[in-house]
Design a protein around this ligand. Structure first.
Ligand SMILES: Cc1ncc(C[n+]2csc(CCOP(=O)(O)OP(=O)(O)O)c2C)c(N)n1
Length: 269
């Protein structure tokens, strides 16, 4: 794999944005990863990460990260593929893909920078913004019930479901675990937006799932997923909620199984 993951592009994220921590955590995790790797991003502040990591891939359409990742895997099942979305990209424009990605269980990793707003377009609410949140488009405050992404992923059959805070060490840890998992990995990253959804106490309101948590137990994962507190009173659990081995998408198709290191490029037609 590429030895130098840095690019010469100067980041245009706001000074102090938690996205910088995500960037460093991802690079740290990839440094030891020996396989050829590609990245896919949606559209938004999160998507700028595409310019800051020296890897090939696609800065794709808004909400279309998951089908693009699947396309790359079908083209070359031996490629490591990482997808990056914002919560708008993943849960609004891309919501239908999310459910099927969990069901297909293709062997790629998906990181959602969840700042609870459409940040690049100046802070409109997304499907995970809390009731009562106000911005210029919603001066009366959000009225709609936000959904719980961890529960949705569990219900849709995802084989690896995790949530971390946008902290270098947490990102590095969870991505390393995900890279060792064979199947679709859903990683939600709590990443408060300093400008449009600031929340200085967010990090303190989290706790890591303890040793007593059995990540192979669907029931335990479901119970812990329900502890996300939109009212910001109780602590939010972080860590790997659920991880089980299931057949992956690529295994179901003999024509994909026989492909070598360069995927379809090796096949003479
Ligand atoms: C199909 C489509 N709809 C809307 C937009 C406008 N748009 C560009 S960035 C963006 C916000 C992205 O928000 P999110 O995915 O949460 O990422 P963030 O900026 O918060 O990282 C929107 C709505 C677009 N580019 N394409």
């Amino acid at each position: 794999m590429t030895t130098n993951l840095n690019t010469s592009v100067k980041p245009t994220w706001c000074p102090g944005c938690w996205n910088f921590q995500i960037l460093t955590g991802v690079k740290n995790a990839l440094t030891q990863h020996k396989k050829q790797t590609a990245i896919v991003t949606g559209i938004g502040c999160h998507a700028k990460i595409y310019d800051y990591i020296n890897l090939p891939g696609l800065n794709t359409l808004h909400g279309r990260v998951l089908p693009t990742c699947l396309g790359l895997k079908v083209g070359n099942p031996n490629l490591t593929v990482l997808g990056f979305s914002g919560d708008g990209d993943a849960y609004a424009e891309g919501a239908e893909h999310l459910i099927h990605a969990a069901r297909y269980n293709s062997n790629f990793k998906y990181l959602v920078h969840d700042n609870q707003v459409f940040a690049l377009t100046v802070g409109q609410p997304t499907p995970v913004t809390e009731i009562g949140f106000k911005d210029k488009t919603t001066p009366g405050g959000v009225k709609l019930q936000p959904f719980n992404p961890i529960k949705i992923m569990l219900a849709a059959g995802a084989s690896f479901v995790a949530r971390v805070f946008a902290d270098v060490k947490q990102i590095e840890y969870v991505l390393k675990e995900a890279l060792n998992h064979r199947g679709f990995c859903f990683i939600e990253i709590l990443q408060p937006c300093l400008i449009f959804h600031p929340d200085t106490g967010h990090k303190e309101r989290t706790h890591m799932l303890g040793k007593e948590h059995d990540k192979t137990s669907f029931e335990q994962a479901w119970k812990k997923a329900g502890e996300f507190d939109y009212n910001r009173v109780k602590k939010i659990p972080l860590g790997i909620f659920y991880q089980v081995n299931k057949p992956i998408f690529e295994d179901q198709f003999p024509q994909l199984k026989k492909l070598g290191k360069s995927g379809w490029k090796d096949i003479k037609r």
